[in-house]
Ligand binder design. Sequence first.
Ligand code: GLU
Length: 399
Amino acid sequence: MSPVFVPSSNIALLRESATIAVSQRAKALKAAGRQVIDLGAGEPDFDTPAFIRDAATAALNAGATRYTATEGILPLREAIAAQARAMGPAGADVEALDVVVSNGSKQSIFNACTVLFGPGDEVLVPTPSWTSYYEIVQLARAEPVEVRGARERDLKVTRADLEAAATPKTRGLMLNSPCNPTGAVYTAAELRDLLDLAHERGWWVLSDEIYRRICYSGDAASALQVAAARDNLVVIDGVAKAYAMTGWRVGWTVAPRAVSKAMGAFQSHATFHTAAASQHGALEALRQSERSDAEIARMVAEYKARRDAALAIFATEPTLPLVRPDGAFYFYFDVSAAFPGDPDAGTSFAKRLLEDHGVAMVPGAAFRTPDWIRASYAAPQAEVVEGISRAVSLWRSLQ
Ligand code: GLU
């Protein structure tokens, strides 16, 4: 007898990742022969630097084909700890035992939410935020509480915004600077304000710093640089974005020892560890910091050139509301005026843009702000310019 599939209560609220769905749809359309400009995926279009690939190949040939420690190979954890110590005062005492390496920073966030939050807990999520924060908090059976950032502050939240949304059930706060989907960057002072509040209230802070090095005014501030202490802090990072290593799946957490221990135990049953060869590649990326810095500088300069070229196109439509990004590789703009009265203008716009103009972007509903739409400029400059031009023309035609 075949059982009838009834989704378990674990996934009662689950929705598929819209960021992944859009990029897979764009890939499928391309495979079917359609000309599509994909500004959906938040994925660097650069190849992983050769010296990193070579190190992973050499490691494989030298026998890195077996299980590793759950929390990652020791030299990698040590390199991550050294980086955290160099970051600033709150990181000064970080050791390898405070680091857990995972299958991408997505799993790091999953580990952290699972061990820190549960039924009855509320987690403040500055909104808009990356789609998976809301879903992962829900998978931990806690409740994500959307905290809107004001338009005049590039949708960033303030201490007062968080205070207004907090309740006695608040247990955590998600932070992400530079921010996906807006590209907005919190100054060190802005970040400190939020971290101070969280510390006063005894909230856990998950600071997702995956875009920290992709910033056009120098590296963005890390929570480890500005926090008074790290006893309530889980810093999440990885190699995917800055080092163009998305497919390698290497992310990590720097967290208080007891939290790291719990995350390791959880991961030991979930995925055990990320691929040995990937860990050796990541180790080389961190060890060879001068070479990596040069590669990162080259890629960031390229993202900046694309951003500036696209900003020149947006400037021709000054009435189209846009966050001016200073980091990450996203544009976020409000298309509600194109579909008056439509509660999901971003999705309507994205559909028209893909079907009639062959450009893929991610609707803002994925980031809990359905009036907006996200364009990634992690794509060749000619495609970025053409894709943004078509979006602006569509917007103009709908006025
Ligand atoms: N983080 C990227 C994005 O927002 C990659 C896809 C994903 O994992 O969401 O597009």
